[in-house]
Design a protein around this ligand. Sequence first.
Ligand SMILES: *[C@@H]1O[C@H](CO)[C@@H](O)[C@H](O)[C@H]1NC(C)=O
Length: 393
Amino acid sequence: MRRRTQKHLVHFAIFFGILFLIIFLGRSQSNSKPFAWTTVRYRTTSASLPEPRGVCPGLTGSFKPALIVSRVAADGDPKWLDALADLYHLCVYIVDAPADASSTYLQVPANRGHEAMAYLTFLIDNYDNIPESGAVFVHGSRWAWHNDHKDYDNAALLTALNMSTALAPFGYHNLRCDWSVSTCSTKEAQPQGSMETYFQAVTEPWNARAVSDTALPRALAILFGGDEYSMAKSDERLLMSRTDAVRSQCCAQFVVSRDRVLQHTREEYVALRQWLLDGRDDIVAAEHLQKSKAAPSDDRVSGRILSYVWHILFMPRSVSDVQSGTADGVNLERLNYMACPSADECYCRLYGRCNLEGCTTPGRCHGQYEVPPDFKLPKDWAATHSYQNTFQP
Ligand SMILES: *[C@@H]1O[C@H](CO)[C@@H](O)[C@H](O)[C@H]1NC(C)=O
């Protein structure tokens, strides 16, 4: 009898042990709090907003997707874009061109935040005319070290790009598939707010990656929290912890559907652009208080912060969010998952390069893309690689 009781007790203990474990694991999982990163709430103190001078001509009613190009004069010959005009409605912004007050077309209010100024100006001044087939946002140079192609050729990538399959899963997709220089790998990329990154930012102030990563948690809190957010009573629904990581692809070239663009109001894009503009070095001292909330004046830092923001803005927050009870927020785990598809899946979905061999890790398919030495292409790359308009996808 006593032995039987003992046996019962052991069984009870095991049963409750497992029960507690299940409850505990379930709890710690649902504990991953949603972030209130759904609406841009930054408020500018600037008395006047830029005039709408970024209209893309002929976009109204276009059946082609828009190709928004952020160019600087140093990007070289723009002729490579001509061949893409059959596939895309071109909207080419030259961000370092002198202002032309007589025109309302394709101009930006300032050369600030790298490609972000052209992208945001397009969204603001063409908000009611985003094509139903979506939009592609790219840099102005045909050749760039980060273009995910064996010759680093954006013309080849954009020719091969399949908009409908690219937009099918989430309505947003980065143009890169390879994970090198992304923050997708949990093994290689530290959480942005980690102590290690912070110490690096302090000891190497020239290290734009460390400095912008360290600045990211506060920047996101201000962008999405607005005036309600104050560092004094830090809100955990806005501020990432030291162990939270935003995992995403690199280099700010992407496709997005009209629906995903319209999940934010035009005013939100205006606010985001003001965050960039308010951080300019030439803003007067009287506005200094506001400036401490605006974008860091170093473009390498503010541009890089915004390269983390695009997918937060554009990834869907609908049915499954409602089901998981996080409709009022961004589930970071789910966002990270959507932002980092495996390379082989991505090459197939975007560029029709399917069933690739050598995809040994989720972030790499051997023979597809290699980071060039020092993240630079040789000076004569364009001259030696411009095959006459025959793009090799
Ligand atoms: C995109 O992919 C789909 C599905 O494979 C295919 O039906 C469609 O023709 C492709 N579109 C283009 C423009 O290649």
